[in-house]
Write a protein of this length. Structure first.
Length: 142
């Protein structure tokens, strides 16, 4: 009986010691460090929209929607390409352009240190293409 009480007292003391930290990410006395997610630089969405507009043959009345940006630690341009170390801003969204403004199409733009790495722009007649699937793989398209 005495041994049981001693074991119980030791277990309670150990539990109390590990519960003294105020950090909710602490486990067994160890503090977990969570890295802040870097935010895309200001103006990167506008820069991507300008790149897409410049690539269009008929940019009259171009409009954008669902434009999102993330910062990636690395990107690859194709399955067999070497990864490009980041941080790289990835901007995705949809655009419509032209006199009759057909359905919205997708664009994917990769920017590093304010310099364009590459841009993929799906054409309305082609449907969902490289830009859409790149955006989907980046988690920026539904």
């Amino acid at each position: 009986m005495r041994g049981l009480m001693v074991a119980l007292a030791i277990a309670c003391a150990a539990g109390g010691a590990s519960a003294q930290t105020d950090d909710p990410t602490a486990h067994n006395g160890e503090v977990g460090i969570t890295e802040a997610t870097p935010q895309p630089p200001g103006g990167v969405k506008r820069q991507a929209e300008s790149i897409v507009t410049a690539s269009l043959t008929d940019a009259t009345g171009v409009s954008f929607r669902s434009v999102s940006a993330i910062v990636s630690p690395s990107v690859k341009h194709g399955a067999f390409a070497e990864p490009i170390a980041g941080p790289v801003s990835v901007v995705c969204g949809q655009y419509a352009a032209g006199a009759d403004k057909p359905a919205f199409s997708w664009f994917f733009v990769a920017i590093k240190h304010s310099k364009l790495l590459w841009a993929d722009v799906d054409q309305p007649a082609d449907g969902q293409g490289v830009a859409y699937y790149s955006c989907k793989n980046a988690g920026l398209a539904n």
